[in-house]
Design a protein around this ligand. Structure first.
Ligand SMILES: [Zn+2]
Ligand SMILES: [Zn+2]
Length: 157
């Protein structure tokens, strides 16, 4: 990737070793309580954002290890080799689009985060969450509820 990163937002994992750059702040954010996110993220669930992969440049390819875990849809998840925190995930979408999932922790100093839409995979939650966001329990419904917001990302909205 040899993209110019002039005005891009630079973000780092919590330990500072792994870095990515984003052309702009992602527009979609959600909380995921699936068991894979629970095992990879500190805390009880993932706080993640979605953008098009073309918005993302990986600045430290040598410090990010990619792995696919069991549960579909198989997200190619990149974690920091030093702190093991998720840094970036990629997944193929419809019509040749590719999406990038960026943990909110990584975006922390990048400016105001988008408002979270909902909790998904809530059936496997570690604890109840007391907030006003909608909560979707099962995997099928969870994927469905994320489809439209993610498609809007694809349309650049
Ligand atoms: Zn998850
Ligand atoms: Zn790290």
């Amino acid at each position: 990737m040899t993209k110019a990163i002039g005005k891009a937002i630079k973000c780092r994992c919590p330990c500072g070793t792994s870095a990515i750059a984003l052309e702009r702040m992602p527009s979609v954010r959600f909380f995921c309580h699936c068991t894979i996110c629970q095992s990879l993220y500190p805390g009880d669930y993932a706080d993640a954002t979605v953008t098009l992969d073309s918005n993302v440049t990986i600045l430290t390819p040598d410090t990010i290890t990619f792995n696919q875990y069991k549960e579909p849809p198989a997200l190619d998840r990149g974690t920091c080799t030093e702190c093991s925190h998720p840094v970036i995930g990629f997944i193929d979408g419809p019509k040749g689009k590719k999406f990038a999932f960026v943990p909110s922790t990584v975006l922390e100093n990048a400016g105001p985060l988008p408002r979270p839409l909902r909790h998904v995979y809530y059936a496997t939650r570690v604890r109840d969450i007391d907030d006003s966001l909608p909560k979707t329990n099962g995997p099928k419904m969870s994927q469905l509820m994320l489809t439209w917001p993610i498609l809007k990302v694809a349309l650049g909205k």
